[in-house]
Design a protein around this ligand. Sequence first.
Ligand SMILES: Cc1cc2nc3c(=O)[nH]c(=O)nc-3n(C[C@H](O)[C@H](O)[C@H](O)COP(=O)(O)OP(=O)(O)OC[C@H]3O[C@@H](n4cnc5c(N)ncnc54)[C@H](O)[C@@H]3O)c2cc1C
Length: 417
Amino acid sequence: MIVVGAGIVGLTSAFHYVKNNGGKVLVVEAQAGPAQGNTARSVGGFRMGLFTSSINRLISETTVKYYLDVQRGGYDLGIHQIGYLILLDELNYDMYVQRVQELFRAGTAKLLLRDELKSKVGFIQLDLVDEEAQLMGLRPIKGAIFSPFSGYLDVEKLAMHYYEKLVEMGVEFKFNTRVERLKLAAVNKIGHPREPFAWQEKKIEAVETSRGLFEAEKFILATGAWSQELLDPLGIDSYIKPKKRQIFASPAGGELEAFFNVKGFNDFGTLPMTFIPRGPFVAPRIRDRSLWMGLSDDIGRRWGLDFEAEDLFFYDNVYPLLRKIFPVIEGVRPQSKWAGCYSINTIDENPVAFRIMNLIVATGGSGSGVMKADSLGRIAAALAVDRKEVELYGGVKVPSTLLGIRERRIEPEMLVF
Ligand SMILES: Cc1cc2nc3c(=O)[nH]c(=O)nc-3n(C[C@H](O)[C@H](O)[C@H](O)COP(=O)(O)OP(=O)(O)OC[C@H]3O[C@@H](n4cnc5c(N)ncnc54)[C@H](O)[C@@H]3O)c2cc1C
C-alpha cells in the first residue's frame, strides 16, 4: 500500500490501514516531515455537540472523542475545551435558535441572552447601531450560542501522535518526495506500448515521484488541497477545490488581556473561540497567550493554491469588524500571520472518501478536516480492503460509502459560521 500525503488524513488513513490489516505501507510526502501542508496551518478547532447534520456530528464527535481519550491517556494533544461562542444578531437570531433546539435539548449547546452575555463579557459591544456598524452590515447582537465542549487542539501534537505510532508499526516514510503522476496501467497487459486502451480494465500501477517509481497493489491519495493536480490528468473528479484561508496572531498583553480574563465559560478563564456567522472569529490561545483572528471569505476569493498571507486582508476585512464588536482590539498589529488552503468539497463542504479502481481518494476536509480526521482515516482504510462497514471510534458502525461521491446522502449543515 502506498499513501500519498502525510497530512493528518494521510496519517490517520495509514494508521487505521496498518492497524487493521498489517502489511507493508509506504507514505510518500512532498514536504520534509509529517503534517507540514495545510494541517500545519490549521487552527485545530473542533466542535463537540455543535453540528446539526447527523453525519457531521458522527464523524467529528467520534474523532474528537478519540482525541480526548488519547489526551486522558497521558499523551498531550494540547486540547483546550475553551468552548465556542456564536454571536447572533437581530437578523439571524431566530433562525439559528430554531435550528439548534435539538442541541439545547441534548445539553451540548446553551443559549445566552444579551444581558447574560454582556455580564460575562464586559468588553463586548452589543449595540452596533452607529453608521459605521451599519455600513459593515453589523447589527445589534441579541444573544449567543455557547458550546461548552468545543475547543481546539495542537495540530502538530496530534500529527505526531499518529506519526509515532506509524513509525512504531514499521511504516516507511519518504519525505521530500513529490508524486508527479499516478501511473495508470491495464490490469491484464497485452504488451502494447500505448496501453491501457479505453476497453481495458485499469488500475494504478505505481507513483512516479521526484525520487523514482514506487509500485504497490493499492494507493490512498490524501493530498488535500493538491488532490486534483494528480486526479485531473486521470479524468477523476473529487469535487475538491483549494481556497486560501488566513490567520493573524497577536500576543496578549495590554488591552488584549481582556480576552484572557473572562469568567464563567471555561476552566481557563478565557473568552471561548468566538464567531460572528459568516464573519470573523477570535480565538484566545492559552499556551502561547496570543489571540488568533481570521475570516473565511467566500465570493471574491478565487479558487486556487495560494499560501501568501496578506496584511491588507486583515486590516480591510477582519480588523474593522472585530474592532467594532471588541473595541479593545483597537490598534492591534498582528505579529504573525500565515495562510493555508482549505480543500473544499464544493458539494457540501464535507470530506470525501471514495474508491475508484485500486485508488482510494480521501480528502476534502474543508474547514473541519482535523476534527474529522480519525473517522475519515477509518473510512479510507475500510475502502482500501473493500469492507462495506466501518467502525468509528466508540463502536458506531457506518457504511464505508458514507462519504462517497455518488452515494453520499449528507443533509445540509444548518449551523454554519
Ligand atoms: C487556515 C486554516 C485553518 C483551519 N482551521 C481548522 C480548524 O479549526 N479545525 C479543523 O478541523 N480544520 C481546520 N482546517 C482544515 C484542516 O486543516 C484540513 O482539513 C486538514 O488539515 C486537511 O488535512 P489533509 O491531510 O487532507 O491535508 P494536508 O495537511 O494539506 O496534507 C496533504 C499532504 O499531501 C502532500 N502532498 C500534496 N501533493 C503531493 C504530491 N504530489 N506528492 C507528495 N505529497 C503531496 C502535502 O505536502 C501535504 O503534506 C483549517 C485549514 C486552514 C488552511
